[in-house]
Design a protein around this ligand. Structure first.
Ligand code: TRP
Length: 347
């Protein structure tokens, strides 16, 4: 069986450090290992519209922002097909056919959808399109015959739903679709990075993000005002590193090399943590180190971004070419689906 990797992001804002450690870094590593037959990364504008239908400008503006984020972290259009979801009309057709295979109560039970419905305060007015997005996401995945879907932990229920639809389709119409598997980061701290305010998740709506496009000054300001251990009042006080986002970011991003370069009195993070926990290590020192680590991470990303910002036509060409290529692939799957469903009348 072919190894096909696919994943996507909603264009509702710029991508941040949480996306970077939770998924983007992983994707670039997968790309560089090149142990796959096809790899797709796409901008899920159709899905973004399910809860932003009344704000099309936001979605439109963020298409190019997310594309810039992708290219600046090192996704390479020669190795990965980058495309825009709404350019691929077979996805709508597949969604329509899969809708017959899912009950309303099953959608309502999807834990991710449930949480989002609560957050968005839909009350009794849940748009059908919104409730339906796990089905549409199954179309995204199956149209490309994806076997591996690198996602954040919060997407696991989506993948479970997709697998159910694939099994149901194959049972009824004969083996046609490929069952996908989720791929989440090995490192637990990378699966869900907390916000700079210590809240469980870095999220645009909470305003607690460090964005990949933030400049040095902004990063410095954000890091220096980060939440730490509220009981670590004096330098001598013993501190908590466990629920402390400064240490969690270091866990996700720092290497022994960083220590050699910026904090040679410590060999590694374990030593730094031990000192903080014992007492006698101030927050400012740790934050200054974290700032250097984040800067080392973001510097090459900013440089690439600048290049693509200065050559924005190139970015549009990449999206256009990627979308054309993706459309071909999705059409070929749609053809198989229609044949299996006996609706291939004139072929
Ligand atoms: N739901 C994903 C998110 O919240 C985006 C997405 C849409 C996706 N379709 C997908 C991810 C298919 C993986 C595969 O970011």
């Amino acid at each position: 069986m072919k190894k096909i990797i696919l994943t996507g992001d909603r264009p509702t804002g710029n991508l941040h450090l949480g996306h970077y450690v939770g998924s983007l870094k992983n994707r670039v590593e997968l790309q560089e290992k090149h142990d796959y037959d096809e790899m797709y990364v796409f901008i899920a504008d159709t899905q973004a519209l399910t809860d932003n239908f009344n704000n099309p400008k936001k979605v439109r503006d963020n298409i190019i922002e997310v594309a810039l984020d992708y290219l600046s972290v090192g996704l390479d259009p020669n190795k990965v097909t980058i495309f825009i979801q709404s350019m691929i009309s077979p996805l709508c057709e597949l969604t329509m056919y899969y809708m017959n295979l899912v009950t309303l109560s099953r959608l309502e039970r999807n834990p991710t959808v449930k949480t989002e419905i609560k957050q968005k305060d839909f009350g009794n007015s849940i748009p059908v399109g919104f409730l339906n997005y796990p089905i549409s996401q199954t179309a995204d995945i199956t149209a490309f015959e994806a076997t591996i879907v690198p996602v954040g932990e919060d997407q696991l229920p989506m993948l479970e739903q997709a697998r159910e639809i694939v099994r149901s389709f194959n049972n009824i119409y004969g083996k046609t679709l490929v069952e996908p598997e989720a791929l989440i980061p090995d490192s637990v701290v990378c699966r869900r990075l907390p916000g700079t305010d210590g809240k469980a998740k870095m999220s645009k709506s909470l305003g607690n993000c460090i964005y990949l496009k933030d400049d040095s000054k902004t990063v410095k300001k954000k890091v220096m005002s980060m939440y730490t251990d509220p009981n670590h009042l004096k330098v001598e006080d013993p501190g908590n590193t466990k629920d402390n986002p400064v240490f969690i970011y270091l866990e996700a991003l720092s290497t022994d090399e960083h220590f050699k370069k910026y904090l040679p009195e410590y060999k590694n993070l374990d030593e730094l943590k031990a000192h903080y926990e014992k007492g006698g290590l101030g927050d400012v020192k740790v934050k200054n180190f974290l700032y250097e680590v984040i800067e080392d991470t973001l510097r090459p990303i900013r440089e690439k971004r600048k290049y693509y910002e200065d050559n924005i036509d190139l970015v549009y060409d990449i999206l256009k070419e990627g979308s054309a290529k993706a459309l071909e692939k999705a059409n070929s799957t749609l053809k198989k689906v229609k044949k299996a469903m006996l609706i291939d009348y004139f072929d």
